[in-house]
Design a binder for this molecule. Sequence first.
Ligand SMILES: *Cc1c(COP(=O)(O)O)cnc(C)c1O
Ligand code: SF4
Length: 348
Amino acid sequence: MTWKSQLANSITTPEQLAAHFGIDPEPLRAVSARYPLRITPHYLDLIEERNDPLWRQSVPDLHELVVDDLPEDSLNEESFSPVPAVVHRYPDRALLLVSGQCAGYCRFCTRKNRVGTAALTFTAKQIAAGIAYIKATPGIHDVILTGGDPLLLDDDRLGDILAQLHTIPHVEIIRIGSRVPVTLPERITPQLCQLLARFQPLYLNTHFNHPRELVAASIMACARLADAGIPLGNQTVLLRGVNDDPEVMIELCRGLLKMRVRPYYLHHLDQAHGTAHFRVPVECGLEIIAALRGRISGLGIPQYVVDPPGGQGKVPLLPENLLQVGETIKVRTNCGIVELPNRPLKAI
Ligand SMILES: *Cc1c(COP(=O)(O)O)cnc(C)c1O
Ligand code: SF4
């Protein structure tokens, strides 16, 4: 199947899901009316049973509708957005949001409120304004294409955006953040790899969360990218019932190293509405990092980070930055101490 037919044959309704798994669609309807649903045939095949780590990441769950304990504006990305398609929070780096769509909608997504909707889909004109902002801001040396998933653009459109960024003298590196190697590995065609190779130095960070995602098609996708000279990194989100276990994380990180994908970040879950059932206490994350040390090469140990709302960026979760660990945690950031919830919400 080509990547476009994989997308066309994806599951996007509770009825399709119910027919596939023999479950009742009714409870899923309200969830998928609120947050988008998409599971590619590739990813669907990886799910073995109800509530397994791959199911939990992709199948809508009633917990997403539970009223949680977060403030209304818990992410606060807009205040760092000089033009709609750009998030500029660090002086030297900027995000350019080039696609509002993803190959699969992760139930734990930080931007789940906007992903897959018009609110995250910018027009060609808005993206052009984003590129113009980057061009007019000489301090930006590193541009990260994100969204949504940039690799859902077709080659022509992606090539056009990359070419414009590549000609800006102060843009020294380009990064792409994409979950496509996990959810839609067919997208990583030889043509795409040739296209990306024209815009070096270009890095690609992908997003594997569980060792069962490291299957032949994904291994091949990463091999093609690496053979084209694209350095690969991985950002994992620490997720309850998915990878909150040292043995699972070790297997994931070792598998990634074998694929020439370097574990980059282990993200503590962001404070996004509808994701609190995935929350893992920080003690567990620290225990996982401690287990990795000594068991696996330093090359395979990601940095465990949290991105507190309103803080000036990601903070490594190291003992010296953790001032309190209990029902809530207190984290030292560049702009003061931030208090965050630290326990999963009780099950419904
Ligand atoms: C994470 C992030 C970046 C990139 O940060 P690195 O730590 O360099 O990978 C850039 N901008 C924003 C807004 C981010 O959240
Ligand atoms: S691929 Fe990334 S942006 Fe898209 S739904 Fe998943 S976490 Fe969100």
